[in-house]
Each structure stands twice: as structure tokens, then as C-alpha cells.
Write a protein of this length. Structure first.
Ligand code: SER
Length: 321
């Protein structure tokens, strides 16, 4: 049996960097090639092979696949919602060109399996907002959402037409203490922890009652590993699976932080990201993922808050040494 040889594109990013470390634990360091346009954390750079690569460089990516005899690709490179509103055309080409490169390599049998993350941003203002179903109205109003929804359609098309084994999850806001996200609308839920520890106060760019679906990084990584390990016939949805763990507002998150840091203060000053958040669901029905491949989350708001504060405190004290 040929074992997996993995390429992660976007391995220096928020999800990519933690995913790379987990996949290295599972498959062996040398079997997981990390790549990104920029270098990543020390852990990432020192634990296994790394290649500098632009996700939209078609011949460069094909060269990496050939050089390392890659079987599975995790395409984590993307421009997130807030930045994409500022650079629509750049976001479109990064998010779409990179996907076509990988789908075509899979179609040409150069690789066997693809993971490509989608997002709750595929939904829009006309979508049912609470417990958003797997299959429903999707009229995204953000550049990021339009690119992810289009990507989902192409994934399903390549599966139906060419048998490409592509697997995808619609991620909610992902919260972690190791690598910072960049340019997302859900980033407030990470910044708030940093500021709670550094200054004891935070000004949220979303209003106090803005409920959004969120997930702790551990759960996001587990979901990614699990869906890629499933026998192909169990992965019935080939556009992208709804996935959910918890939903909260900035006010509720601040309340959870206050339980651990009573003097913490929060203010609200919504900016352009409020309109993006208002167009997205506040909670997600992920029963298809739970039925098809036994998805189960572990972290809720309470243990998320505890783990985030603990993890960040440890890394801040290391920084100060
Ligand atoms: N976290 C992403 C964003 O805010 C959503 O997929 O853009």
C-alpha cells in the first residue's frame, strides 16, 4: 500500500500551521510538505520539509507535486472576508486560481485526494439565519463568500464529472491561541483574548448582539483529519459540509472572559465588518456531517475561554522571558 504524501498549501496561515503539525504527528514529518508564500512558525519550519510557493503558480505547484510524489493536497491558502472586501479582484484570483490548479491536478490523476475549506460566508442575507440547513438559499454578498460558494460548485462538479475525490467543510470562525488569523470578520473572537490579557479591555468591531458560529482550533483540525480519513462512500456531500460547535455574541464572550478576569471591560465600535457579519448565519445545522462521518465537537464557550486564556498566558510569559 502506498502511504500518503501530503502537500499543505497555505501552511503558514492560521489553520494551515496547526494542521501541518498534526498531520506530521500522524503521518511522519517527512511525509508532510508544508508550503506557503511566506515562512511560518519556528515549529513548522523546524519539524519537516517546507517550500516557498505561491498558491496561484500553476507550474510551481505541479512541480512540487511531482518532486515530492504528492498524493493528498490540503489547500488552505485564501484571502479572508474583511481583506477580500478591500481587494476583490486579488481575492478572487487567489481563492479561485489556486482551487482550479488543484482540481485539475486531481482530474489528471496527479494527486488522489483534496481537502479545500469552505466557510459560513457562502450564506447570505436571504439564508435562514438560525440553524442554517445544509441545503438552503445561498446568495452571498461578500467577495469571500462568492468565491467560496463558487468553489463549492466547482468541487461538486469535478467530483460528479471526473470523480475527483475532493472533501470540504464550511468552517465557522476558528479560534486559536497559536497562530493569528488575518483579515477575517470573526477575528474579534481571538483579539479579545489577547487584549484581555495584555490591557484588560477590548473594543469590539462587531456590535454586542452579533451572534456568529465559532469553533476551537482543536475541533477544526479534528474535523479536517476525520473527513479525510473517511471511506470515500461516506462523504456524501461533495460541495461542502456545514459544521458547527458553538455560537455566541461579543457580549456573551466578554461575559465568559469576565468569569475568569473580573476586571475585564468591553466596548463596542462596529466598523465595515458589521455588515459582513450581519449577512452570515448566527447558528448552523450540521446534522449531515454528524450522520455521514460522525462529526462531534468537544469545545463549548466555557472550555474554549479557559483553554484560550491558559494557552495565551503561557505564550505571553514565554515572550517576556
Ligand atoms: N473566519 C472567516 C472570516 O471571518 C470566515 O470563514 O472571514
Amino acid at each position: 500500500m502506498i502511504s500518503e504524501k501530503i502537500l499543505i498549501i497555505g501552511a503558514s496561515g492560521q489553520i494551515g500551521s496547526e494542521l501541518a503539525l498534526r498531520l506530521r504527528e500522524l503521518h511522519g514529518n517527512d511525509n508532510v510538505i508544508a508550503s506557503d508564500i511566506k515562512e511560518g512558525s519556528e515549529d513548522l519550519m523546524s519539524s519537516g520539509p517546507f517550500e516557498i510557493m505561491d498558491a496561484t503558480d500553476e507550474s510551481g505547484i505541479a512541480g512540487l507535486v511531482e518532486k515530492h510524489s504528492i498524493t493528498d493536497v490540503y489547500l488552505m491558502a485564501a484571502m479572508l472576508s474583511a481583506t477580500a472586501e478591500k481587494m476583490p479582484m486579488k481575492a478572487w484570483s487567489l481563492n479561485m486560481d489556486s482551487l482550479f490548479i488543484i482540481l485539475n491536478l486531481a482530474k489528471d490523476k496527479k494527486i488522489k485526494k483534496v481537502f479545500w475549506p469552505s466557510s459560513i460566508a457562502v450564506f447570505g442575507p436571504s439564508t435562514p439565519k438560525h440553524d442554517t440547513p445544509q441545503t438552503t438559499i445561498m446568495e452571498p454578498t461578500t467577495v469571500y463568500g462568492i468565491s467560496k460558494q463558487t468553489g463549492e460548485r466547482w468541487c461538486e462538479y469535478f467530483f460528479n464529472k471526473f470523480g475527483v475525490d475532493v472533501r470540504s467543510i464550511r468552517f465557522p470562525g476558528i479560534i486559536s491561541y497559536k497562530t493569528l488569523p488575518g483579515g477575517g470578520t470573526t477575528d474579534y473572537a481571538i483579539e479579545i483574548f489577547h487584549e484581555a490579557l495584555r490591557t484588560g479591555k477590548y473594543t469590539s468591531f462587531l456590535s454586542e448582539e452579533t451572534a456568529l458560529p465559532m469553533m476551537f482550533m482543536e475541533d477544526a483540525i479534528k474535523a479536517t483529519v476525520d473527513i479525510m480519513n473517511e471511506p470515500a462512500e461516506n462523504v456524501k456531500v461533495r460541495s461542502s459540509y456545514n459544521l458547527s460547535a458553538m455560537s455566541f455574541t461579543p457580549k456573551e464572550l466578554a461575559g465568559a472572559i469576565k468569569k475568569e478576569i473580573p476586571e475585564f471591560e468591553i466596548n463596542y465600535k462596529p466598523d465595515f465588518r458589521q455588515a459582513i457579519a450581519d449577512s452570515w448565519p448566527s447558528s448552523i445545522d450540521d446534522s449531515a456531517a454528524r450522520t455521514d462521518w460522525n462529526w462531534k465537537h468537544e469545545y463549548d464557550l466555557k472550555n474554549l475561554t479557559h483553554v484560550m486564556l491558559k494557552g495565551l498566558k503561557e505564550s505571553l510569559s514565554l515572550e517576556n522571558k
